[in-house]
Every structure is written in structure tokens, then in C-alpha cells.
Design a protein around this ligand. Structure first.
Ligand SMILES: CC(C)(COP(=O)(O)OP(=O)(O)OC[C@H]1O[C@@H](n2cnc3c(N)ncnc32)[C@H](O)[C@@H]1OP(=O)(O)O)[C@@H](O)C(=O)NCCC(=O)NCCS
Length: 405
């Protein structure tokens, strides 16, 4: 018979050893949301009930941003009013551009955006307001101004004058104008608008989670957005598109793509733009971007980027299959990189462009988090961790004076 005195100890020990930990939080549900849904097995992405295909084919970025923030598609009057508010919010407070003049020109545009968001915050008259309406106003300013920050920083770093916004242009068209100084070709403007729709929301990815986690402390939306930009900049997340472009530029003269892919994988390196934490099949956004890459490349005499990208895709998928990793397929960054390149957007501006789109989803999530719109009450995120460091028992280690160490 078991000794009753050691039974509780044994049970405690057993509990200790079977405690589960989920590094990377894969599959852990941390909140409810009404904003987005992904079926990773079947490659389905939904914003507020609408399939991404429907929105990419029929909507505009402005309408999609309204949908994300308000939960329903707008009627004509609501959309017009929303567009007016976005246009009116496009002017970046001039002190931010004055400040840009003294920033090192080599600064990465993602760092510039992340550093500029608190500057937008201190200029926001609604910063101290905690109502939903005030947060919608802040969201509109963030959505309207981030593209201008990207375009203006880019022009200033290469010694060009900044371009004022043009109120007659769409959100997508105005960004291209402010970036290049030229009114965009309508087909490119439309394709760019589609890219903005495709990247606007993606449930609890790392950057959205970062935004939500920050505002769960009751910090303002700008604090959350700055955290989101930092999370998005990493190469396993939004930063992947710039890495894909680097790969494409390096492989332009490569004759044997299958061998290059095999060597990469043999060396334990990743093929950027491939694989996804949730999708186990082709990312539905990548299909659209692949089509745009083909069509726009043909139109502008830049077909080589589609050829090269699809060769890498085929070789990589074959090699992954051969290695038993049958679920690794192109994600949205794989084809957004050549698309943006064909549009004349520099590689280090590709993740910032992703930011200009995803800010809409982040803001929707931050509002949902702040006002507990999908669950009973707001909750401060506070996960736990397991301590595996130096340990001297419950009394703690003896502090040795520095001279005796
Ligand atoms: C996005 C990403 C981190 C998701 O990965 P994940 O499914 O969560 O799982 P892991 O990172 O643990 O990868 C699982 C396995 O597949 C491999 N793998 C996943 N994506 C790979 C890629 N793009 N190239 C090479 N190997 C890859 C990993 O090396 C790992 O192999 P192992 O089990 O032998 O160690 C990963 O696919 C990746 O790094 N992709 C490239 C970066 C990228 O495009 N990011 C943008 C995502 S939208």
C-alpha cells in the first residue's frame, strides 16, 4: 500500500511533469474575434463574413477598411462620408517632416514608420478620449497618414521634394502619386488597391496580436500600432516580402533553380515567401497576387519576374514534397514582392506598403479589444512562462558582494 504522506507530493510531482507548454502559441485560442477568420486547411480567408476573393474582386481599400472597422459594408452615403474623412486626414503634421530632415537617410523605412507613430500620437486631438468614436477618428488618421509617411520619407531620403496629397485620388492612387510624383496608370492603381485589400487583415498573426496585447493594458491605439509595426518588420512576418525580392534579384542569372532550392534546404536555409503558420495549402491571397504579377508583368514588359517566381515556386514545392513537407506553399509575400517591384516600389518599401494596408486590420482589432466587442469584458493579456534559469531554492541565492565574486 502507498504511504499516505508521500501521495500528495507524488501527485504534485506528476502534475509538474505533465504541465503543457505551447512555444509559439500555435493553435492556442486567446480571444474571440468577429473581424477575421482563416480556414488554413482549405485556404479560406474571411473578413467580417466576406471571402477575400469577393472583396478583392468587388471592393476598394476604403470600403474594406470601413467593413473592418464598423463590421458591415457601408451604404453609398456612409462610404462617401468615410472617404471624405480619410481624405481630410491625409495631411501629416508638418513638425514630423521637419523632424525627418535630421534623421539619418539610411534609416530603414519600417523604423521610420515605427518612430513616427508616437509623433502622430502627440499631434492627435483625440488621444485622451476613450470612446469608440474617438478611436475610430484615430484609426482614420493612422490609415490616412501612414502611406504619406512612407512616401514622404522615401522622397526625402533620396533628395526629392515631398508631394502634397491629391484629394481627387483614391487612397491607393494618392499613395502612388505621393511616392512617385506621377498620377498612376488606372490599371496599376486598381491592382495596388487590390493588394491593399488582400493585406488588410489576417486574424491573430504576430503583429495583430502585438497591437491587441498592448491596448489590452489600456494604452492608446498609437502605442499598439507602433508595436504592430515592430512585429511586422521581422522577416518571418511582413519583412518576408523584402527578402523574397532580394532572392529574386540574386537569382536573375541562375540557370539551375531546382539545384539552388535543394542547396538552400540542404544548408537548413528557408525559402522566403513559402510556408505559413496557419495555411496548409496555397494562401488565397497568393493566387491573386500571382495573377497580378503575370498580367502586370506582361503589360509593362516585365514578364521575367513572373517566370522566375513561378520557377522558384515549382522547384520549391517539388523539393518540399520530396522531403515530406507537403503543406509548404507560397504565401502572400511570395508574389507581392514581384508585383510591387513591377509597380516600381523599392524592396525596402515593400514591408511598409504591407503596413499601410494592415493598419486597417490592426485598428479594427484594437477597437474590438478595447471595447470587448467579441467577448464579455476587456482582459489584460498576461500569459505565464516556466522558469528554467538559475535556482537556489525558495530562499533565493546568497548575494555575494562584488569583491568576493
Ligand atoms: C512562416 C513560417 C515561420 C511558418 O512556419 P511554421 O509552419 O510555423 O513552422 P516552422 O517554422 O516550425 O517550420 C516547420 C518545418 O518546415 C520548415 N519550413 C517551413 N517553412 C519553410 C521555408 N519557407 N523554407 C524552408 N523550410 C521551411 C521548417 O524549417 C521546419 O522544418 P523542421 O521541422 O525540419 O525543423 C515558415 O513557413 C517560414 O519561415 N517561411 C518563410 C518566411 C515567410 O515567408 N514568412 C511570411 C509568412 S506569411
Amino acid at each position: 500500500m502507498e504511504d499516505e504522506t508521500i501521495k500528495p507530493l507524488k501527485e504534485a510531482f506528476m502534475t509538474e511533469t505533465v504541465r503543457l507548454k505551447n512555444t509559439g502559441l500555435r493553435g492556442v485560442t486567446v480571444a474571440d474575434t468577429k473581424i477575421g477568420y482563416i480556414d488554413g486547411e482549405n485556404g479560406i480567408l474571411v473578413y467580417r463574413g466576406y471571402r477575400i476573393e469577393e472583396l478583392a474582386l468587388n471592393s476598394t481599400f476604403e470600403e474594406t477598411a470601413y467593413l473592418l472597422l464598423h463590421g458591415t459594408l457601408p451604404n453609398g452615403e456612409q462610404l462617401e462620408a468615410f472617404k471624405v474623412r480619410l481624405v481630410e486626414a491625409r495631411q501629416v503634421p508638418p513638425f514630423i517632416y521637419d523632424s525627418f530632415k535630421s534623421w539619418p537617410k539610411h534609416a530603414h523605412p519600417m523604423d521610420v514608420i515605427q518612430a513616427s507613430i508616437p509623433l502622430l500620437a502627440i499631434a492627435d486631438p483625440d488621444l485622451a478620449q476613450e470612446t469608440r468614436d474617438a478611436n475610430i477618428s484615430m484609426a482614420i488618421r493612422l490609415i490616412a497618414r501612414i502611406p504619406a509617411l512612407i512616401a514622404s520619407w522615401h522622397r526625402m531620403r533620396i533628395g526629392l521634394d515631398i508631394i502634397p496629397p491629391d484629394d481627387s485620388l483614391s487612397h491607393a492612387g494618392n499613395f502612388l502619386l505621393q511616392l512617385t510624383g506621377m498620377r498612376p496608370d488606372p490599371e496599376i492603381e486598381h491592382d495596388f488597391d487590390t493588394c491593399l485589400i488582400l493585406h488588410a487583415e489576417h486574424t491573430f498573426n504576430a503583429s495583430t496580436f502585438a497591437c491587441r496585447e498592448v491596448v489590452s493594458t489600456r494604452a492608446h491605439m498609437y502605442a499598439g500600432a507602433a508595436a504592430g509595426v515592430g512585429a511586422l518588420s521581422g522577416s518571418l512576418h511582413g519583412g518576408a516580402n523584402a527578402k523574397v525580392m532580394k532572392m529574386l534579384l540574386e537569382l536573375q542569372a541562375e540557370k539551375d533553380i531546382p539545384s539552388w532550392v535543394k542547396n538552400q534546404l540542404d544548408q537548413g536555409k528557408r525559402i522566403m515567401g513559402m510556408g505559413h503558420a496557419v495555411y496548409k495549402t496555397m494562401d488565397p491571397r497568393a493566387r491573386f497576387l500571382k495573377d497580378i504579377c503575370y498580367r502586370l508583368g506582361k503589360k509593362l514588359g516585365e514578364e521575367q519576374w513572373y517566370r522566375l517566381s513561378s520557377q522558384i515556386e515549382d522547384a520549391a514545392v517539388n523539393e518540399f514534397n520530396f522531403r515530406g513537407k507537403t503543406t509548404i506553399k507560397p504565401n502572400c509575400d511570395f508574389y507581392s514582392a514581384p508585383v510591387y517591384h513591377i509597380m516600381g516600389i523599392d524592396a525596402d518599401l515593400m514591408t511598409p506598403v504591407f503596413t499601410a494596408s494592415r493598419i486597417a486590420g490592426w485598428c479594427a482589432h484594437m477597437i474590438e479589444e478595447k471595447f470587448a466587442e467579441a467577448q464579455e469584458k476587456p482582459a489584460l493579456y498576461r500569459p505565464s512562462s516556466e522558469y528554467v534559469g538559475h535556482y537556489c531554492g525558495l530562499m533565493g541565492c546568497v548575494y555575494e558582494p562584488i569583491k568576493q565574486r
